[in-house]
Design a protein around this ligand. Structure first.
Ligand code: ADP
Length: 475
């Protein structure tokens, strides 16, 4: 497989100006896939220059043209979906079905925003006093820096590139160090379909923090869209304050799952498995804490544990494996350490509970008797570990579910009326009722509390990259 492993600046693939490379590692066997170009500060400044130079003409490009470019990229990704998935399997370690799931989800953002590009609307009306016409136009915000994490290396990028390009913004994509190959592949697709030079740039700066800070200090950069940890998000928000840069933030989650007494157990177990095990648990929407009513607790634990014990764990290129590797040995060790801390805090391992040899694998695990308030219920696990807490009163379950600084995702299983009533009480940007997956390019994705600012996808996604301009005309 031919892999792009260079920077893309001003329409050209190039090695970093310092000539250095960093290793991209396959976490399923810890082998090095390739060396990826290190972007120096000068390279990143060149990317800002290129994006700034292209901004005016890209903003002036007909919405239909922008739409058709995104649609063309969607078609290429559809034709090449297996290549797309394979790159993710190799550098991220995820299972084949997770990679195909992500590839299909990721390319839908290009299709959705191809459709949105031609539907940017404004407003025209008479003022209440009758003295003027209020014209509200929507214009692209400008050069957009897009920073993405490693867990969904494709979807987090298309969810930002799609609306930014549709809105008429030029972009600089900065993928995570662990997964630059997927980003480079997608940028290559955008180049192949004819996106003009300078409109999409790709950089992988080392060291990340100080160079990103310098990019954010450039007055041409008007937008930051970041998906990653809350800790880094807070730091980036501080940096954005200096230049009063518009920031969209998709930060950490700590999703509770509430299984109410009226829940259909089949549905709850099926949904819980999806909510927990999709992407091996490495998702900000992943179920992190299960609050299960006493009346269903033992049966739920037994059935979940039986299913998890049967999970086939191993390299994603073997398409039969259901659970792939974590992205790195250090991520695996973090998960192992969290499980150990839960056990030390009184939890009992029902199944799993061990790191595996050969690559960054961790067994599908279920812990019961977890104490609400223990470290594992307060930390984003980002691994295949199910933690179960028993409850008796619904009010208590709601209180525990909301007892976190995060508010991205929550799941409720129960009789629908009751489940919706609980869903309304949960402090969360998104709630799934009797289902294990919510993500949809046509729906607004985002969190409340310290899980983030702004929404991606849906009708709101494009507005993160547009600014209103009010023009007053005579009545
Ligand atoms: P994760 O837990 O997903 O690795 P991070 O927040 O560490 O979350 O990383 C998400 C993205 O943010 C990655 O692209 C990473 O390189 C980038 N990143 C990490 N630290 C900084 C920083 N100080 N400034 C800007 N970007 C950063």
């Amino acid at each position: 497989m031919d892999l792009r492993a260079d920077l893309f600046i001003d329409g050209q693939w190039r090695p970093g100006s310092g000539g250095e490379r960093f290793d991209v590692v396959d976490p399923s066997d810890l082998s090095t896939i390739t060396g990826f170009a290190v972007a120096t500060e000068a390279d990143c400044m060149a990317a800002v220059d290129a994006a700034a130079a292209a901004q005016e003409s890209w903003a002036a490009t007909a919405p239909r043209t922008r739409s058709e470019l995104l649609r063309a990229a969607y078609e290429v990704l559809t034709d090449e979906v297996e290549t797309f998935a394979e790159i993710m399997v190799r550098e991220n370690g995820k299972s084949w079905s997770d990679a195909m799931g992500e590839a299909n989800y990721a390319k839908e953002f290009f299709r959705w925003f191809a459709e949105e590009a031609v539907r940017i609307s404004g407003d025209y009306r008479l003022s209440p006093a009758g003295d003027k016409r209020i014209v509200v136009d929507r214009a692209p915000i400008g050069v957009s820096l897009l920073i993405t994490p490693w867990n969904f290396p494709a979807a987090m990028a298309t969810r930002k590139l799609g609306p930014a390009l549709a809105a008429g913004c030029t972009t600089i994509l900065k993928p995570a160090r662990e997964t630059p190959l997927t980003a480079a592949y997608m940028v290559d697709v955008l180049d192949r379909v004819g996106v003009p030079k300078g409109v999409v740039n790709l950089v992988t700066p080392v060291p990340t923090g100080p160079i990103v800070a310098k990019m954010l200090a450039r007055p041409e950069v008007r937008k930051l869209s970041f998906t990653g940890s809350t800790e880094v998000g807070r730091e980036l928000l501080r940096q954005c304050a200096d230049g009063v840069i518009s920031a969209s933030m998709e930060l950490g989650g700590n999703a509770p799952v509430v299984v109410l007494p009226g829940a259909d157990l089949d549905l709850a177990v099926e949904g819980a498995l999806l909510a927990k095990m999709r992407n091996g648990g490495s998702a900000c929407t992943a179920a992190n804490r299960f609050y299960v009513h006493s009346s269903l607790h033992d049966a739920f634990v037994e059935r979940m544990a039986a299913q998890l014990a049967d999970y086939r764990v191993g390299p994603g290129l073997d398409r039969d494996n259901q659970l792939g590797a974590l992205v790195s040995v250090s991520e695996r060790d973090k998960v192992a350490e969290l499980v150990d801390s839960a056990v030390a805090d009184g939890a009992e391992v029902v199944t799993g509970g061990h790191a595996m040899e050969g690559g960054a694998f961790y067994e599908a695990t279920l812990l019961q008797g977890v104490r609400h308030g223990s470290r594992i219920t307060e930390t984003e696990i980002f691994g295949p570990v199910t933690t179960v807490v028993r409850f008796d009163e619904v009010d208590e379950a709601v209180r525990m579910a909301n007892d976190t600084e995060f508010g991205l995702m929550a799941y409720v299983f129960g009789e629908e009326r009751e489940a919706v009533a609980v869903a309304r009480r949960l402090e969360s940007g998104m709630v799934a009722v009797n289902r294990g997956v919510v993500s949809d390019p046509a729906a607004p994705f985002g969190g409340v509390k310290q899980s983030g600012l702004g929404r991606e996808g849906g009708f709101d996604g494009i507005h993160e990259y547009l600014e209103e301009k009010y023009i007053a005309l005579t009545a």
